[in-house]
Design a protein around this ligand. Structure first.
Ligand code: HEM
Length: 128
């Protein structure tokens, strides 16, 4: 009998894999008409925070909380108008990033399922 289950972090491939996903994701976000305008020109600090956050969100080391305290992600997104369309766009960029780095379809769906709860939870503005 299996004694433990691997975390999503481990299944994806750990540190190097999370870095590749983040690096594939942000160019898509920046190029997206609904998302790009929300982000600063210098995307590197955002990428680093996202790397730290996703690491812990997928069950790896608690990098984000160790540095920034409780994530409070919905609150941190409140300064930005997040519509349902932007949540879908964010998830779609993530799905494309996962495809680009070669995450297989079944695993891709698990990852997107995990992220779609938070993405929709961060919606704070009705459709325009
Ligand atoms: C629903 C659509 C989303 C939109 C439109 C969005 C947009 C943004 C924006 C504009 C920022 C601030 C960038 C800056 O520093 O200027 C940000 C930060 C961040 N987002 Fe999102 N986001 C979304 C969903 C998500 C999801 C689903 C996650 C992870 C589950 C996430 C994780 C983060 C993290 C970790 C940061 C950095 C927070 C910090 O400043 O410490 N976001 N997001």
């Amino acid at each position: 009998m299996e004694r433990y289950h691997k975390t999503l972090y481990e299944v994806l491939g750990g540190e190097a894999a999370i870095r590749r996903i983040v690096e594939a994701f942000y160019p898509k976000v920046q190029a997206h008409p609904l998302l790009g305008p929300l982000f600063p020109e210098n995307i590197f600090p955002v990428m680093e925070k996202q790397y730290m956050f996703l690491t812990q969100f997928f069950g790896g080391p608690m990098l984000y909380s160790d540095e920034y305290g409780h994530p409070m992600m919905r609150a941190r997104h409140m300064p930005f108008e997040i519509t349902p369309e932007r949540a879908e766009a964010w998830l779609s960029c993530m799905r494309d990033a996962l495809t680009e780095v070669g995450v297989p379809e079944d695993l891709r769906s698990v990852v997107i399922d995990r992220l779609s709860g938070p993405a929709h939870h961060f919606v704070n503005t009705p459709s325009s």
